[in-house]
Design a protein around this ligand. Structure first.
Ligand SMILES: [Zn+2]
Length: 263
């Protein structure tokens, strides 16, 4: 599994030499962009956008223009998430729409993005709460003429907060079984280790939440009270994660690709 480290600041692209995952919300206000020293991918910022406004305030044309700048000026952009409609309780409350609406709007917006930007590596997103919601999304793409099996990466949203929920594992097994190359948006340490075999890639900023509850690393005391935006902390967390992902014995005695709980 390829892991993109969630990064809070745009300047990490020029200084942190591992694959990064950065939100459009961080990049879009910047006039001058950093030059990437490693591959990276873009989060649309849809989680925050929908939680705050219940709808996109960044138009399709604005998003596409921003993506072209990132591709050309920053370089090494692996993929950019489509503008999706996350299905968290907060986003649904804010938009006043149903899960089925968000699933449909996510598909529709990807189709419109693709129409105006075939030159960009925009990745389709699947959204939902139940497995049926996500599968309806797959059907929606198919009906619109998009074969997700041909996409280099398909993003799976709205599962970050669900931790070890066995329904998430079953969903990923089903999507993988359809032949999709999956990227889970923002999964925590432990679930990522369990799902590894089902995924092409993933990203996480869980290190920042972890750092919030801890004293600073030795040597960081004079710089900050907590290492919530600290590349040193993030890289140590990433090293621990990758160590864990390297254990083949964690996976799939039953062939499902889903590990029993690691010890
Ligand atoms: Zn620190």
């Amino acid at each position: 599994v390829k892991f993109y480290l969630g990064a809070p600041h745009a300047h990490w692209l020029a200084s942190v030499n591992v694959p990064l995952f950065i939100s459009n919300r961080t990049l879009i206000p910047r006039r001058k962009l950093p030059r990437a020293i490693a591959p990276w991918a873009l989060d649309s910022g849809g989680y925050t956008e929908l939680s705050l406004y219940g709808e996109w305030t960044i138009s399709i044309n604005q998003y596409v223009a921003a993506l072209r700048r990132y591709r050309d000026d920053i370089g090494q952009l692996q993929f950019a998430a489509a503008q999706d409609y996350v299905c968290t309780p907060r986003a649904l409350k804010r938009s006043g729409r149903t899960v089925a609406d968000h699933v449909r709007l996510t598909v529709d917006r990807y189709i419109r993005l693709r129409e105006v930007a075939q030159d960009l590596p925009i990745a389709p997103v699947l959204q939902g709460v139940t497995a049926d919601d996500f599968l309806r999304g797959v059907d929606g793409y198919t009906a619109a003429g998009v074969d997700l099996r041909l996409e280099p990466i398909v993003l799976v949203g709205s599962i970050a907060a669900r931790g070890d929920d066995p329904q998430v594992a079953r969903l990923l097994v089903r999507l993988r079984g359809l032949g999709l190359r999956l990227h889970t948006l923002g999964v925590k340490h432990e679930p990522l280790a369990r799902f590894e075999r089902l995924l092409e890639s993933s990203d996480s900023m869980a290190w920042s939440r972890e750092a919030r509850g801890r004293p600073p690393l030795p040597g960081c005391e004079s710089a900050h009270v907590h290492c919530t935006t600290c590349p040193r902390y993030a890289l140590l967390w990433r090293a621990r994660l990758l160590d864990r992902l390297a254990w083949p014995s964690l996976f799939g005695a039953d062939g499902s690709g889903v590990a029993t709980r690691p010890r």
